[in-house]
Design a protein around this ligand. Structure first.
Ligand SMILES: [Zn+2]
Ligand SMILES: [Zn+2]
Length: 279
């Protein structure tokens, strides 16, 4: 059965939004479930998508901005309460191990209580934490292989893009990145490229209202991909389908504007992502 992609959250940035949930994606290969990024609400979005958290086999964190990682521990703890009872690979940049240990301490009362009171299985035996320091193949099982590339998202180093391959489909997630050769190389010839996108002019208007406008603008411009750049990235990589997500700003811009901006330099299929879209 072909690998399936479900966009769980298509917003960009950590502040909660009304119409888009925080960054998170699901990949389904057979009955195995993989999650890419764990923005706030990922477990709830998975439930809304009808996904069975007991089939979770891997959790991949592209980088340690809170819009991408804040619910990593929460997802595992809630999946465990939903009946997950198997080893799960949890992969991401350092210091993922220390972060998961800190989360485990936070969750100790609930976990200890549920094991003693409800007869729940061991929680810790589920956690197979893998710190990823560089690109290359970072995960492989009988269904999928996952490759990472270090992308340009200063000041967080390393930040990763990820590529899932099965014999019949390939799906690449840009993570957060400025345009860079490493992403183009990773995505070369892929069926689907899920790419972040930023509308620079609209951001300018929003920034005018913020006290940290200058610093935030510098970060956004150095670390993200503008709408007038994203089509060229997809074209250079030669992907079949470009899926826009991680929209900055996340609200107030029509789908047609996003689509037209990306289409300027990319002749392939363009999909303007929305939460719970299945592809
Ligand atoms: Zn982000
Ligand atoms: Zn980021």
């Amino acid at each position: 059965m072909a690998m399936k992609l479900i966009l769980l959250g298509t917003a960009g940035g950590p502040a909660p939004k009304r119409s888009r949930s925080a960054p998170a994606n699901a990949v389904l290969a057979g009955d195995a479930l993989y999650i890419v990024d764990c923005g706030n609400g990922v477990a709830r979005q998975a439930a809304l998508a009808g996904l069975d958290l007991r089939s979770l086999r891997g959790v991949f964190i592209t980088h340690h901005h809170s819009d991408h990682n804040v619910d990593t521990g929460t997802l595992l703890q809630l999946a465990w309460t939903a009946g997950l009872d198997r080893s799960v690979a949890i992969a991401g940049p350092p210091p993922l191990g220390a972060m998961m240990r800190a989360f485990r301490e936070f969750a100790e009362v609930d976990i200890r209580t549920r094991i003693a009171d409800e007869g729940r299985p061991d929680f810790d035996r589920m956690l197979d934490v893998r710190e990823i320091a560089q690109g290359g193949t970072i995960y492989r099982d009988d269904g999928v292989s996952v490759r990472a590339a270090v992308v340009t998202h200063p000041p967080l180093v390393p930040s990763f893009a990820l590529r899932f391959d099965t014999p019949d489909r390939s799906i690449v997630f840009s993570g957060d990145t400025a345009p860079c050769d490493a992403l183009v190389d990773l995505a070369r010839g892929a069926d689907v490229l899920v790419h972040e996108v930023m509308h620079a002019e609209a951001i300018g208007e929003i920034l005018q209202r913020l006290s940290n406008a200058g610093r935030l603008r510098d970060h956004l411009m150095a670390s993200h991909t503008r709408l007038d750049e994203v089509g060229a990235v997809a074209a250079r990589a030669g992907v079949r389908t470009l899926v826009l997500n991680h929209f900055v700003p996340s609200e107030g811009i029509a789908d047609e504007v996003w689509r037209a901006g990306a289409a300027r330099d990319f002749p392939g299929e363009i999909i303007v992502g929305s939460d719970l879209m299945v592809l």
